[in-house]
Each structure stands twice: as structure tokens, then as C-alpha cells.
Ligand binder design. Sequence first.
Ligand code: NAG
Ligand code: NAG
Ligand code: NAG
Ligand code: NAG
Ligand code: NAG
Length: 201
Amino acid sequence: MASRALVYILFVSALTVVSVHCNSEGDALHAWRNSLSDPKGILQSWDPTLINPCTWFHVTCNGKNSVVRVDLGNAGLQGPLIPELGVLRNLQYLELFNNNITGSIPAEIGNLTNLISLDLYLNKLSGNIPASLGNLKSLVFLRLNNNNLTGSIPTGLIQLILYGNLSIMNVANNSLAGTVHPKKQTRYAVTTIIQDPRAPK
Ligand SMILES: *[C@@H]1O[C@H](CO)[C@@H](O)[C@H](O)[C@H]1NC(C)=O
Ligand SMILES: *[C@@H]1O[C@H](CO)[C@@H](O)[C@H](O)[C@H]1NC(C)=O
Ligand SMILES: *[C@@H]1O[C@H](CO)[C@@H](O)[C@H](O)[C@H]1NC(C)=O
Ligand SMILES: *[C@@H]1O[C@H](CO)[C@@H](O)[C@H](O)[C@H]1NC(C)=O
Ligand SMILES: *[C@@H]1O[C@H](CO)[C@@H](O)[C@H](O)[C@H]1NC(C)=O
């Protein structure tokens, strides 16, 4: 009897560990929500007491309840990206164009190695483009244009264009320095790097 109870307790604690682990993605998204101002109430459905974030609006999961899309373009959001977003291991689409996202791009975004599209177009991001974005081997589409980014384009991103899947990289309308390659033929597509017209020569 005692051993049966022990087995039961072990089973329940194992379940608890699994569910806590599963909701690390919900916890990260909820921490991000708490750091944002959301004047249109777009994130109202982001309830952290749910077992996972898969029923939240603007969040899409795969069959294993892991987040694959966050679609928050034109959402009126104001505030930073946070390093915790780096836990969204299966994220493929991070769509945040036309908000008031401020601060710098956390290096942890480079941990999102399944990203296909990272769209930060038309925000108020500043600081350097982190070199870790060169880790995004699945990336096809990258828009960083119309922000206030400085420094140079990390060589890792150029490598993704030359040898990886990155087909569109738009970095125009920032304050970036560096070389311009208007068009490059790659294995996958004609890659367009749209460079900052205001770049220091
Ligand atoms: C950014 O914030 C300003 C001031 O609150 C607001 O007028 C503007 O509409 C916001 N832009 C976007 C894209 O949400
Ligand atoms: C996530 O990214 C940061 C910054 O690039 C790095 O230091 C850290 O080791 C990464 N974490 C994991 C679990 O890969
Ligand atoms: C860009 O950043 C610089 C320095 O941080 C600041 O002086 C400038 O006002 C910013 N420009 C815009 C359009 O936000
Ligand atoms: C490009 O993406 C495909 C999947 O669409 C993947 O199999 C491949 O490894 C990626 N290429 C590189 C260089 O990572
Ligand atoms: C850069 O900004 C100008 C002025 O806002 C705009 O007309 C142009 O389309 C922008 N370029 C890109 C590539 O986003």
C-alpha cells in the first residue's frame, strides 16, 4: 500500500514537472506582456493561468502545444523585447511590424533557431543588430527597416544570405554602417539586401 502511494506521488510530481516545463513558453510571453503597454487591449486573452498559451489570440502552436507563431503586426504595442522570448524554441514567425517596440534586440532572439520570418519593420528599436542573429539558420525573411539601429550588419547574417536560406533582408532607414550588396544570387533565391540610404560612407 505504502509503495503504491509512493508510486502515485512520484507519478504526480513527474506530471507537475512536465506541465511546469510546458508552460515556460506561456510564462515568457506573459512576462513580455507585462513589460508592454497595450492601449488597444490586443493581449487581453493572454491568461497566464491557462495550461499553455495555445488558446491566446495572436499565438499559434504546433501539435505539441509549442508556440510556432506570434502575430502582432499593427497592434499598437509599446515597450521592449525581452530576453525571455529566447525560450520559444519552435517559433517560426515573429511578426511585430508597425508597433512602438523600443530598446535593443536581445541577443537571445538568436536562440530562436527555427525562425523563418522575423519582422520588426517600423518600430523604435535602437542599438546594434546582435551577432547571434547569425545563428538563425532557418531564416528566410528578415525586416529590420525603419528603426533606429546602429553599428554594422553582423557577418553571420551575410553568411546566411550567401550560404543559408535568408532571401530578403531589409535594413533600410536605420543608421547602420557597412557594405552594400544590392543583389546576390544564392542557392535558394535572388537575395535582396536593402541597405540604409543614410549609412555613413
Ligand atoms: C506609437 O506611439 C504614439 C504615441 O503614443 C502613437 O501616436 C502611435 O500611433 C504609435 N504607433 C504605432 C504604430 O502604434
Ligand atoms: C541564448 O542566447 C544567449 C545570448 O546569445 C546565450 O548566452 C545563451 O547561452 C543562449 N541560451 C541557450 C539555452 O541556448
Ligand atoms: C535615434 O537614436 C539617436 C541616438 O540614440 C537619437 O538621438 C535619435 O533621436 C533617434 N532617432 C529616432 C528617429 O528615433
Ligand atoms: C534551409 O531550410 C531548410 C528547410 O526549409 C533546411 O532543411 C535547411 O537546413 C536550411 N538551410 C540551412 C543552410 O540551414
Ligand atoms: C524609408 O523611409 C522612407 C520615408 O519614410 C520611405 O518612403 C521608404 O519606403 C522607406 N524605405 C524602406 C525600404 O522601408
